[in-house]
Design a protein around this ligand. Structure first.
Ligand code: MN
Length: 267
């Protein structure tokens, strides 16, 4: 029976994690390795300066004093009885759409799995949505991934809308527009401080995007590629390359500045 790894960034006690583990149970031997406390918006962080200690909280269930990406590393690189056939991260409490995937611990866990060569998906649920619905969606997609695999360096980012989904739709990432990026306040001692992430999110045109799909009541599935190279820019910047390279070489082959004359006669 294939080993399946389930993790999240909301912590080992989150309802979404339990629902995801239960939903995948018919597909393999599910192991849970999840952060001991909430790590939302921790991004792709790894813990390198202190030991990681898995703590057993149930049958094949462990809390870890680290991040989602730590959990994936433990799981793939030797803690589990065998290499997992699939990694599922979530079900996150709240959406992970568009540009927000870069901050998300949920999505980062799937990125880490992908970098380690394991087919991975991240599942997030819009506020007010039903965990049980998202779990059914996750199982459906996981079954397909187990059969078909995923393209190289590619993970699936899944967002489930609130309410009964009208269907499943593949979509590109949307782009978030930050209108009130920071809120400035003054504390009782007269010092200024700032809040990030305040204000409602605003989005650019929704056509074909993940945000548009969930907005219309569909499950949004976005294949994310971990080759962050902009290949078009790489091709376009050929003239930058020769210019910068030439400039570097010219500056590097200039005669070295003359050494300072030796001081004489000072005693
Ligand atoms: Mn979270």
């Amino acid at each position: 029976m294939a080993v399946l790894l389930v993790t999240n960034d909301d912590g080992v006690h989150a309802a979404g994690l339990a629902a995801l583990a239960e939903a995948l149970d018919p597909l393999g031997e599910v192991w849970v390795l999840a952060p001991e406390r909430e790590q939302s918006a921790c991004g792709h962080a790894l813990t390198l300066h202190r030991p990681l200690r898995p703590h057993q909280v149930g049958e094949r269930r462990f809390s870890v004093n680290g991040t989602p990406s730590d959990c994936v590393n433990l799981g793939v690189l030797g803690f589990l009885p065998e290499r997992p056939a699939l990694i599922a991260s979530g079900i996150n409490h709240g959406s992970n759409l568009g540009d927000d995937v870069t901050y998300s611990g949920t999505v980062s866990a799937a990125m880490e799995g992908t970098l380690l060569g394991v087919p991975s998906l991240a599942v997030s649920l819009m506020d007010g949505g039903e965990v049980a619905t998202a779990a059914r969606v996750a199982r459906l997609i996981a079954m397909r991934v187990l059969v078909e695999g995923l393209p190289a360096k590619t993970l699936l980012n899944v967002n489930v809308p609130a309410g009964a989904p009208r269907g499943l739709r593949f979509a590109r990432l949307g782009h978030r527009v930050y209108s009130e990026k920071i809120v400035e306040q003054v504390d009782p001692r007269g010092r200024t401080h700032y809040w990030l992430g305040a204000g409602p999110p605003e989005w650019e045109a929704l056509d074909d995007t993940d945000m548009g799909a969930v907005h219309e009541g569909f499950v949004a599935i976005t294949p994310l590629h971990l080759d962050l190279t902009n290949h078009r820019a790489l091709a376009m910047m050929g003239d930058w390359s020769s210019a910068l390279d030439g400039q570097w070489r010219r500056e590097s082959t200039r005669p070295a500045a003359r050494p300072a004359p030796k001081r004489r006669g000072r005693r």
